[in-house]
Design a protein around this ligand. Structure first.
Ligand code: ZN
Length: 379
């Protein structure tokens, strides 16, 4: 089968694929919305069954989070290829009112369409291609779509690692970056700093108070001084709150801290600094919680080899597949940390992840589907 014939197959399927994407986007799945999550796994199972009755499908319930979806094509002595993604989105219910699911010119808009429900449909469409054209990929395929990626995969991580450990390599169907695949991702960590001050009446005896807000603002300056954009280390205080009312020296304040890094040694250095912050005013007390969440996905030789393979396939499909390294983490970080070859950001081109402007380019759907299919057939 020639690469361009596979592209033609997906172009012919385009209307059906658009319908399926429309359907999955309309099932709202903010992380922790168990009912929404189960509706989407049921949709995926039903769609998969229209392709083959023999897929082994496993739905794993994660109380309070949703349901993970795993599909295995066939058993064989060969290690499978893992197609990885997630079904949850960052959009609360009813967000679609502000970004209705619709096609306008060459763009298909919808909440979570780019990150990454359109790609959830693609993983199944590739299996449909294999089935309808009777193509036999050399390795079994495992699709894992987790339900809590957007909050750092508290329950999905163990599954991702379990499936990745067994895999020959892993293709992460997360959004591309301006059409480019992701060959490196920073690691992430989140921390929370709580300051306990000493409350006092602002008019009667303010000198007896120790302001938690003053203390936290000094700590925030210190935290920001840890930023080093050249080395890729970033420390961002994303939210801050404190105090009770305007005439009381505030007893409490807290802030949320996001850290990003390119190496584990840097992660440990920064985490250490945060955990060992000391009060400027000794009358205030600091409580620091949190940890490193995802290790960095480094651009190893394994990753580059997989990228080169994908790039060659894209050339046969008449387009150039670029690569980039990004600050955002995904479950691909966990896979990379295990030393398993991984290529991330293979999803449909588009933009506006995590915003109400989210869309994909409809012309890119067949190109991405063909690329993924050929990667699975090539090995
Ligand atoms: Zn995502």
């Amino acid at each position: 089968m020639k690469p361009l014939q596979i592209l033609d197959y997906f172009r012919d399927r385009q209307a059906n694929v658009l319908d399926l994407i429309h359907e999955i986007v309309e099932i709202e799945t903010p992380t922790r919305d168990v009912a929404g999550s189960q509706t989407v796994t049921t949709f995926l199972e039903r769609t998969a069954r229209t392709i083959s009755k023999s897929f082994e499908i496993e739905m794993i319930f994660a109380e309070g989070y949703g349901e993970h979806f795993i599909l295995r094509t066939f058993a064989s002595g060969e290690k499978p290829i893992l197609l990885l993604g997630h079904t949850d989105t960052v959009h609360p219910r009813a967000s679609f009112k502000n970004n209705p699911t619709r096609i306008e010119n060459d763009k298909f808009y919808g909440c979570g369409i780019f990150d990454m429900k359109g790609n959830c449909v693609l993983t199944l469409e590739i299996l449909r291609l294999f089935s309808e054209l009777n193509l036999k990929p050399p390795r079994p395929i495992t699709i894992l779509l987790s339900c809590d990626e957007e909050i750092g995969s508290p329950t999905g991580r163990a599954l991702v690692e379990r499936e990745a450990r067994n895999a020959a390599f892993c293709l992460v169907c997360e959004p591309s970056a301006g059409g480019k695949v992701k060959t490196g991702r920073k690691g992430t960590g989140t921390f929370n700093l709580k300051v306990r001050g000493v409350p006092a009446h602002a008019g009667l005896e303010p000198e007896r108070g120790a302001s938690a807000i003053l203390e936290i603002s000094r700590q925030i300056e210190k935290l920001h001084s840890l930023n080093n954009f050249d080395s890729g280390t970033t420390v961002t205080v994303g939210t801050v709150r404190g105090g009770t009312t305007s005439n009381v020296v505030p007893a409490e304040a807290e802030c949320a801290i996001d850290i990003r890094f390119r190496s584990m040694s840097e992660a440990e250095r920064i985490a250490d600094k945060i955990k060992n912050l000391n009060s400027f005013d000794e009358r205030t007390k600091l409580e620091i919680t949190g940890a490193i969440n995802r290790p960095p996905m480094e651009r190893t030789e394994n990753v580059v080899n997989l990228y080169e393979k994908a790039r060659n396939i894209a050339l046969q499909l008449n387009y150039d597949l670029g690569e980039t390294q990004v600050g955002g983490a995904s479950d691909g970080n966990f896979v990379g940390a295990l030393g398993v070859p991984v290529l991330d950001g293979l999803g449909i081109a588009g933009d506006g992840a995590h915003t109400l402007e989210e869309y994909i380019f409809i012309d890119d759907i067949p190109k991405r589907a063909a690329l993924l299919a050929l990667l699975l057939l090539a090995d």
